[in-house]
Unconditional design. Structure first.
Length: 427
């Protein structure tokens, strides 16, 4: 149980844990590379630890202590056939990117995860990997876990993805690195491009032309040192905390500000909030900055279209901020939320309503009327890390105590969340 009391204000200078997307990729690419990869700022959250566990089960030596990791790369064909199932836990990124890697491997492997993973759609990656020649099966013709894969002998494809998904794009590009000819993926909108950037950092040639990315088969990766910036998706909860409580301000240092991830900054600014980027720099092909966040009164806005993939994981906490904004906030084109760790349209609406907020779910988003005074409530994370954290932030501005059940889910992406929040809370 996580207990949250209202605060007078939020104040301080903090860092958030490492970026989840970048941490997964650093381990995976390090395992496939020739030579050693060292990772600093790794996210030691449950999801990224699942990735480490899976690659260890394929014979890769990986040392991890806190946010420092060393991966002793075995080269693309040094992975060993796993003698047990690969358990991805709660991690969609692990299972989908690993599907692309296993599609290239001339052995058999079975992947499975927790109850939430068992409900998430997999054919979006399995379909194109089958087109490339991988033999993959799973429940409901490969839509659901467990998935079993026997890879190898792939041909390059040109794939038009129906969804803007970095997981789909990454799986196909990774498979394409060991397919014959060129593999390209075109997406309807740009999804996060960490794979493209990090592959280049590992010495791979990646070609981008608008919304199409291509790689040529037969390329190898070379191990290197990677510094992972703080996760903007974790920083988003702290940004929201500042916006919920008048008089607050916070400096969040060392945050990744890749343009394919900064929709949250654009939205908070459009709502009237203040975020200043300081000390902007590039670290391993990724833009990084310190964020100075200052409270201001918010107004409701409309959010939809191409910005959605740039803030998809932040929508639960944007809905929380919208309860304190004047007027109506409308979020649309976000039907992907229905297939995240939970159906986040349904879980945001059900949990946020418990605070007395006016939230209406729609098929592809949410409508929030503000500003309402929230009342502390008994909340359930429903096993979804971002729902647990978003509701904790709502609790900071509610009257009375908020209690969050199933708060252990928060460890998936933000270990130390409750302690960090306590550290910046002035009572
Ligand atoms: C991720 C991509 C996104 C995001 C997830 C992490 C990644 O999912 O929601 O938290 O690391 O590639 P989709 O690619 O399915 O949209």
């Amino acid at each position: 149980m996580l207990r949250v009391q209202p605060v007078k204000r939020i104040e301080g200078t903090v860092r958030v844990p490492g970026d989840k997307s970048i941490s997964h990729r650093a381990v995976m690419f390090g395992a496939l590379a020739e030579g050693t990869t060292t990772i600093e700022g790794f996210l030691p959250g449950a999801d990224c630890l699942s990735t480490i566990d899976c690659f260890r089960r394929m014979g890769v030596k990986i040392e991890q202590a806190g946010d420092r990791v060393t991966v002793y790369g075995k080269g693309w064909y040094g992975l060993e056939e796993p003698s047990q199932h690969l358990d991805v836990g709660n991690s969609g990124t692990t299972i989908r990117l690993m599907a692309g890697i296993l599609a290239t491997q001339p052995f058999h492997a079975v992947m499975e995860g927790d109850e939430s993973i068992a409900k998430r759609p997999m054919r979006r990656v399995i379909g194109p990997l089958r087109q490339m020649g991988a033999k993959i099966d799973g429940r409901k013709d490969g839509e659901y876990t467990p998935l079993s894969i026997r890879g190898g002998g792939l041909q390059g494809i040109s794939y038009q993805s129906p969804v803007a998904s970095a997981q789909v794009k990454s799986a196909i590009l990774l498979a394409g690195l060991q397919a014959t000819g060129v593999t390209s993926v075109t997406e309807p909108q740009l999804s996060r491009d960490h794979t493209e950037r990090m592959l280049q950092a590992f010495g791979v040639k990646v070609v981008r032309d608008g919304l199409t990315v291509s790689v040529e088969g037969g390329q190898t990766l070379t191990g290197r040192a990677i510094r992972v910036p703080g996760d903007i998706s974790s920083a988003a909860f702290l940004i929201a905390a500042v916006m919920m409580v008048p008089g607050s301000s916070l400096l969040i240092e060392n945050v990744g500000v890749n343009p394919s991830r900064t929709g949250i900054i654009d939205v908070v600014r459009a709502m009237g909030g203040r975020i200043e980027l300081q000390n902007e720099r590039i670290v391993n092909e990724e833009p990084v900055a310190d964020l100075l966040v200052t409270h201001s009164e918010l107004r409701g806005i409309e959010i939809g279209g191409e910005i959605i993939p740039r803030l998809i994981d932040e929508i639960p906490v944007i809905a929380v901020m919208a309860t304190r904004a004047n007027g109506r906030t409308v979020i649309r084109d976000a039907e992907e939320l229905r297939v995240k760790e939970t159906d986040r349209i349904a879980t945001v609406a059900s949990q946020l309503s418990k605070f007395g907020a006016s939230v209406t779910p729609t098929p592809d988003g949410l409508i929030v009327e503000g500003a309402t005074q929230l009342t502390g409530a008994a909340i359930d994370s429903m096993g979804d890390h971002r729902i647990g954290m978003a509701m904790a932030i709502a609790g900071l501005a509610a009257e009375g105590e908020t209690v969050i059940a199933n708060d252990a889910a928060i460890n998936v992406s933000f270990p130390g969340f409750a302690d960090l929040l306590a550290r910046i809370s002035i009572r």
